[in-house]
Design a protein. Structure first.
Lengths: 383, 383
């Protein structure tokens, strides 16, 4: 595996048998020491702090212990670290990309016709009994941004059982769960029979709930169909059609607000959020709860152009995945990516959904554990 | 109040009696229409969407209805909006700053000697009985990043009652609450008797819990003192001492990770997070749970310089507010700003804290409601 190993005081360089080359800065190497003096044996957490290393830290000596093990002796303190060659190869910053499960790079962007073959509804009984089925369902939330379950018992609170299967309930001022049906004088338009345009929930909340679930308990109205839109796809279209509009929506934060008798929630966040590499990581869109738009006067006019452009992309029919939630159906979706909407419905008949919020960190952790249990080969990827 | 009112098709301009001037872009004005056709009467949410306005929207006519009311007639659809002059003054983008309760601009940054007069412990009984006391305590979390309660009953679970007084529990893999005391083979070093350097909790969780509470149930050990550091202050010092180091830590995301038998949490986030105006809004620091550092090779060396610089600032004695949590004491702090640490302690004696997480959005909402109830004058500031 190792071909040539050489070093200067502040860098170790390895040439691998396959012709690749890795560099290791001395301080990085010391900071990533895997010995028991540096890492807690039970939990792998670091026992060392970069502030503790001597200012003049350098590599004094490198000993090849075997074909696949190196010992590095640091100066001036004489600390010895033994590294497996395979570990170095898998963790070097020269050849490996950082972990990323949130940005557009880790997703499959979609539009409505990607599902022209029909939507998969995972049977809830199978979901409960099979780790593979649970894994695939949660994987769908990670990749597509949503998953559909069928045959979930039409009982109040079942949505909370679904959350407990992968994570934790995020309680809010709407309660642990909330009922979505027509009420007189609703505190939120969601609780009326009006159609709702594409939106993400709770942009006025920071941190925003990152997972939403909607469970259908009754559905006999005319209308009231569900619509999902891939917000990452919509943002990517905006970037392609008008990079300057994309830049305006990523570069300027907006205030959102929700108030009622016992609540006053306010946030200041962008419509489209990027990571350090300029990749889309989160979108928010909710015309109902945008507070007064206060931007520098010179920005207002171009900002509205960009905002309207984005709003119109979100309304394009080809992006809208429209389907009927029937009693027992439950959708789980990534509220930082997927916009949802519904068509209006008549007062006659009954439409009753129960909703609840949860978070992606718990869901992805459960997915990772299911992956290591159901695909043993994946363990090697862990760091 | 109004002095002169004039308009061109795409802008209304008001000169106020005090000499100030406001401009209102036609589309902004239409989007902020307060009439019942545009806003739901019960909850104030927008019924209109920017994508619905005609492409050629403009101001056709402006009628001064009285000293303090204007009617704007829009072309081509003839929509009429009546605005109160006072509303226009308070909401115009020319003279008003956006709402911000998260960035460094909304905080009082501190170091240890700011508390040389002693720390205020709010009596829990008074907290429960007085809205003013609750308001001031939550205000302290918003401004200073932390608050201390005293005389909280030394009963298991009391920390959850405190959370329910201002918001909602954020349950995690550690449970609704977690016990901090020495255990054999801890899954996390927090559950050992080792000293812990300055850190924020759960950087491997995204969204990170934004509020942490620690409630002392027993404390008879030698050592085990609590330390708080204002992370915003530390980051501001870094920016002052070395803007290039500050830029490296804000511009490059890191991976964090926590694993045990049933959990695998991973994130990709910056150590110091800025808003669209370059102001510090969130900090994370936790040397124990930083995963393999994978950055472009050219960045590794300067990044480590910046990282060490920041780590050493966090260890400066003048930043460390050190105090003893006695039985019945409970600290609440903003986990996106305040770093905490503890000194190591001997195995003899007992040290038992209960911790739990919550979120800032609920806390700030409760604070805002208490402010409008206890200071009626503040209502006028609401939008």
């Amino acid at each position: 595996m190792l071909n040539e190993v050489r070093f200067v005081p502040d860098e170790l360089v390895i040439e691998w048998a396959d012709g690749e080359q890795s560099g290791f800065y001395a301080l990085w190497l010391r900071d990533h020491c895997q010995m028991s003096a540096s890492r807690h044996s039970a939990n792998g957490q670091r026992l060392i702090n970069v502030s503790d290393f001597p200012e003049s830290l350098s590599i004094g000596q490198v000993n090849r212990l075997s074909e696949d093990r190196l010992e590095v002796v640091f100066e001036p303190d004489g600390h010895r670290s033994i590294f497996e060659a395979q570990w170095l190869r898998r963790h070097c910053y020269t050849l490996n990309e950082p972990w990323d499960d949130r940005s557009e790079s880790a997703k499959t962007l979609w539009q409505a016709d990607c599902f022209s073959g029909g939507l998969v509804r995972t049977d809830y009984d199978e979901y409960g009994h099979s780790r593979e089925v649970r894994r695939d369902c949660l994987q769908s939330v990670q990749t597509l941004g949503f998953a559909l379950l069928g045959n979930v018992p039409c009982e109040s609170g079942a949505v909370l059982d679904v959350i407990r299967s992968f994570g934790f309930v995020r309680e809010t001022n709407y309660g642990e769960l909330f009922d979505v049906r027509s009420v007189v004088d609703p505190n939120n338009l969601a609780f009326s029979n009006l159609g709702l345009g594409c939106h993400a929930d709770n942009p006025y909340r920071d941190p925003v709930p990152t997972v939403q679930l909607l469970h259908c308990l009754a559905s006999s109205t005319e209308g009231g169909d569900s619509i999902l839109v891939d917000g990452f796809r919509a943002a990517a279209i905006l970037r392609e059609e008008a990079p300057e509009d994309f830049e305006l929506l990523t570069g300027h934060y907006l205030n959102y607000r929700f108030q009622d008798a016992s609540t006053d929630l306010r946030s200041r966040v962008p419509m489209i959020e990027l990571d350090d590499r300029g990749r889309i990581t989160k979108v928010r869109y909710n015309n109902r709860s945008i507070d007064t738009i206060l931007l520098p006067p010179a920005v207002i006019k171009p900002f509205y152009r960009a905002y309207r452009h984005y709003a119109r992309i979100l309304e394009r029919p080809e992006l809208k995945l429209t389907f009927r939630l029937n009693p027992g159906d439950l959708m789980v979706f990534d509220n930082t990516r997927i916009m949802h909407a519904r068509t209006g419905y008549q007062a006659g008949g009954e439409r009753h959904l129960q909703g609840a919020y949860a978070d992606l960190d718990g869901l992805y952790s459960t997915l990772a554990v299911l992956q290591r249990e159901t695909r043993p080969a994946a363990i090697g990827r862990a760091s």
